[in-house]
Design a protein around this ligand. Sequence first.
Ligand SMILES: Nc1ncnc2c1ncn2[C@@H]1O[C@H](COP(=O)(O)OP(=O)(O)OP(=O)(O)O)[C@@H](O)[C@H]1O
Ligand SMILES: [Mg+2]
Length: 350
Amino acid sequence: MQASDLPDLAIQIVDALAEPVLLLDPKGRVQRANAAAHEWFGTWIDGQSYVSVLRQPGLLTPVEDAFFRGTPGHARFSHSSGAVETQFDVTVTPLRDKGARGRVLLVFRDVSGRHDAASMRRDFVANVSHELKTPLTAMRGFIETLLGPARADPAAQERFLGLMAQEVGRMSRLVSDLLVLSRLEGLARQRPTETVDLVLVLGEAVEMLSPGAEVEDVEICVEGPATALVKGDRDQLMQVVSNLIENGVKYGAHPGTVRTRLRHIAREPVLRAPAWALEVTDDGPGVAPEHVPRLTERFYRVDTGRSRAQGGTGLGLSIVKHIVNRHRGRMRIDSEQGEGMTVTVILPEA
Ligand SMILES: Nc1ncnc2c1ncn2[C@@H]1O[C@H](COP(=O)(O)OP(=O)(O)OP(=O)(O)O)[C@@H](O)[C@H]1O
Ligand SMILES: [Mg+2]
């Protein structure tokens, strides 16, 4: 059967759709497949029976129902090529209009992205709940102790109140980091417009963090030019710089050195523009290569116990990544176990 016995309009509509569409003739053969369908299934499908094209029982039943009972239906269809599996939601519609009668239309909608977003949201809520549950459980224990065994023991009371203050501090840091992240998501498409001097931002961050670093016996060194202008949001860039230095101080060697360096790049190949690179290097143990790509995930920590003990929420680097993305910049992490870590942030020059 030829496509030409169908109205031109029907063919044009099928061809114009962006989703993969298959029009089956009354004998169940592919009468028309649009470009997207050819891309997914191959061009061999023209004229083939739907049974050999689809080959998934979950989809065959609704197609049969459409042919033999004239009932519309829905099905899931998964298509895998290599390691990637794509999920489609398929609408099966029997056509009744004169000229198209006896035919069935299949429209495939790619829903794998939606699935990822849904499961990411679920993971996120589970992570947040878990992060809050730990300090809350600790707080409950402290309160019970204060009301019971430590009731008449001022020294123990003081110690427990100190621990409680730490837990409360952790919870408020977590909540404010989450607020920062959600604000950043809202701003993701809005490019910052101020002109910011990275040298000043860096100087301020170092000044702010040096007293704490000194206590930990860590020296912060700065190397770079007299100015480094980028288009940016000053407060956010301050967060980037201080998050990276803070990590260097926390996870680096004690005693040790955190080196920061600003370097000009005449033409950054990916940005295709001149740029500034900020490198923050520590001389700590670094991390094994398998952790590197995951460090910017929310709540990802290599050594959860150690990070928690230092008041970390595991959100620092994911905030950095969001900010860098908003600035249309790039970020890379280089680390080898035992060799320290270097985080490089590249921002387009103003
Ligand atoms: N300089 C570094 N050296 C070794 N490991 C690091 C370094 N920086 C980060 N990490 C690892 O990456 C993890 C994630 O870092 P991130 O800054 O996102 O979270 P955090 O420091 O644990 O908490 P937060 O920054 O929210 O206080 C850390 O828990 C740590 O395991
Ligand atoms: Mg951190």
